[in-house]
Write a protein that binds this ligand. Structure first.
Ligand SMILES: [Fe+2]
Length: 249
């Protein structure tokens, strides 16, 4: 089984708690973990978990990026941690995870443009690169949802328009995936449209999905309490965000 999870926002330990829940409580072995973005690729948090605490994921973990990663240091952090502690699935590529060919479409434009890092935004050239790929894809994985499938807006933010990233329907029509999985919106969502089943995942602390070898998705609601980080880590994290955004934001 592939355990699918989203939006850990630097609380990496939640991944292991959900693996343990699947295996010990449900009795379902987990082969690997697929993370749908907002992993929390930030230097201090990675160092604290993997180096200072000696933390390790209990199963191999593959992730696409969301909008809450440090894109200023993205390459440097991957050079330090990727392939050793987890595996990044680059945007606009098809990667094999388990028995599936997955089109990977990380990134998202956060609703407040001032808070959106340029590296997070899915651009035309990413969509064009996907459409030019020689491979087919069985499943599309993205951080944001595709447009037009009925994902409700967050109450109070309706004026930002319908959720979803531009030109996502072109990916749907081109690849015609059996399954499309996404996170970002922090709520469960499922629907089916034109032969594609869509599943949106909540924050990792609310639950996860289990994906078998035949496109079957089981949703598992399981609340995991947040582990509070040290004050100094939270302070350093905030300082890094302010510094990376510059004085105008
Ligand atoms: Fe997000």
């Amino acid at each position: 089984m592939i355990l699918v999870i989203a939006d850990t926002h630097c609380y990496y330990g939640i991944v292991n708690r959900q693996i343990e829940h699947a295996e010990k409580t449900l009795g379902i072995p987990v082969d690997c973990v697929l993370h749908l973005g907002d992993f929390g690729l930030y230097r201090e948090h990675l160092h604290n978990f993997f180096v200072r605490q000696g933390g390790r994921f209990l199963r191999p973990l593959y992730f696409i990026e969301g909008n809450h990663e440090d894109f200023n240091e993205f390459s440097a952090l991957l050079a330090r941690y990727n392939s050793t502690f987890f595996t990044h699935l680059p945007r606009a590529t098809v990667q094999t995870v388990g028995p599936y060919r997955m089109l990977c479409m990380g990134g998202a434009a956060y609703m407040d443009a001032l808070n959106t890092q340029p590296g997070a935004v899915i651009k035309d050239h990413h969509i064009d690169a996907c459409l030019a790929l020689p491979q087919d894809a069985d499943i599309i994985i993205s951080h944001d949802c595709p447009v037009g499938i009925g994902v409700p807006n967050t109450p109070g933010l309706e004026y930002f328009g319908a959720p979803g990233f531009p030109r996502s329907r072109e990916l749907l029509e081109h690849f015609k995936p059996r399954l499309w999985l996404f996170g970002h919106h922090h709520k469960w969502f499922s629907t089916e449209d034109g032969g594609t089943v869509f599943h949106g995942l909540p924050g990792s602390w609310k639950g996860y999905c289990l994906l078998d070898d035949n496109y079957k998705v089981i949703t598992v609601e399981n609340s995991v309490p947040w582990q509070r980080t040290r004050f100094v880590d939270r302070l350093l994290h905030k300082l890094r965000i302010v510094r990376s955004q510059g004085p105008s934001s």
